[in-house]
Write a protein that binds this ligand. Structure first.
Ligand code: KG4
Ligand code: ZN
Length: 346
């Protein structure tokens, strides 16, 4: 079957502060659109759930329209609808799931409630083609830090480890706040770090060499806070670039080491890194170097596909449909803590 004969999947994502809609056939991305409410959260230093939910409601139909236009297709061409059922913010998820049910009913097409986290991995297929089976995935976003053994995107995802406290992106956001850098903190820290000396300060490397695939970033965040307090007390100026570089060095060192170790232990030769933090330049550089040394093929989607979007949900929807899994019913519920090992909700 050529890609043209495959079903056209409409994907809807509203788990956090991005309203994302994507249109996918097989591994082909036909079009997508994202509306973000991040500007409305900046002054709070984090996402305000009620504000995000309202923004999703306002953005939903215009974003669907823009995605259809960019793909050059009509709503009536859609064969199935995939939507993020979890994990994520309760009210935000509810807007997307309600909209998806309405589209499914109006079009009389099947509905699939899928997992946001697995979507972050599935999206790589739109850029690099079918994922070899098995693959290891490092998922690093504002809400999650997980190492996954992906035997099959639709049916068999095994969690190898997770963060025991803060997610990697959350650590970036909290440290940015300590350094008076704007929210979200990843991009400004990434930029500041390029001018800094990573070896000037030695911050702790949480759960380094502990024999697990779990992560911990709250000790690192506390160490940065102590460093800032000590400098303040001594009346010394903060060398933001050095702190950013040393903090980032600790984060990317642990992430890449554990990801490569997981590939080696499981005899897997493909590593996918995805989620918002995968846009980080130091993480990309170190992962490339360590994967090359270990003979591992590294796949990182382009930054726009790494952050939350609708194409990732359509990509996973396409896998679920291809696997012949049963559609969700119209009483599909949202699940704020849907486990990563459930690609399909319910
Ligand atoms: O995947 P994502 O868009 O949303 C969630 O599902 O959380 O990830 C957002 C996170 C934020 O914490 C942001 O600070 C981080 O990704 N991020 C970065 C970079 N760009 C975004 N972290 C480090 N370096 C970056 N360049
Ligand atoms: Zn995400």
């Amino acid at each position: 079957m050529s890609d043209h004969d495959l079903p056209l999947i409409l994907g809807i994502e509203t788990s956090c502060d991005e309203t994302g809609v994507g249109l996918v056939r097989g591994c082909e991305l036909l079009g997508e659109s994202v509306a973000s409410s991040v500007e409305q959260h900046v002054r709070f230093g984090g996402v305000v759930p009620e504000v995000a939910s309202r923004a999703h409601l306002e953005a939903m139909t215009p974003t669907v329209r823009r995605a259809l236009d960019s793909a050059g297709v009509k709503l009536s061409d859609v064969d199935a609808i995939a939507v993020t059922a979890g994990p994520g913010l309760a009210g935000a998820l509810l807007v997307g799931v309600s909209a998806a049910k309405a589209y499914a009913m109006a079009l009389d097409k099947p509905l699939y409630g899928v997992n946001h986290l697995v979507g972050h991995v599935a999206v790589d297929q739109l850029e690099h083609g079918p994922l070899p089976k098995p693959a290891i995935a490092l998922l690093v976003s504002g809400g999650h830090t997980s190492l996954l053994l992906v035997n099959d995107l639709a049916t068999d995802v095994v969690s190898l480890g997770d963060t025991v406290d803060d997610a990697a992106g959350e650590a970036y956001d909290k440290v940015a706040r300590l350094l008076d850098l704007p929210y979200p903190g990843g991009p400004p820290i990434d930029k500041a770090a390029q001018r800094g000396d990573a070896k000037s300060i030695r911050f702790p490397r949480g759960k380094w060499g502990d024999g697990t695939y779990d992560f911990s970033f709250s000790g690192l965040k506390t160490a940065v806070a102590r460093h800032v307090e000590d400098a303040d007390r001594r009346g010394e100026p903060l060398v933001v670039a050095d702190i950013a570089a040393a903090f980032q060095d600790s984060v990317v060192d642990v992430l890449t080491r554990k990801a490569v170790d997981a590939c080696v232990e499981h005899g897997v030769s493909t590593l996918v890194i995805s989620g918002g933090v995968a846009a980080n330049s130091a993480l990309r550089t170190l992962a490339e170097q360590r994967c090359r040394e270990a003979g591992i093929t590294l796949r990182v989607p382009r930054p726009r596909l790494c952050t939350d979007n609708g194409a990732m949900i359509a990509a996973l929807g396409a896998e679920v449909v291809a696997a012949g899994l049963p559609p969700s019913t119209l009483d599909l519920a949202t699940d704020t803590s849907l486990p990563v090992e459930s690609p399909l909700a319910g």
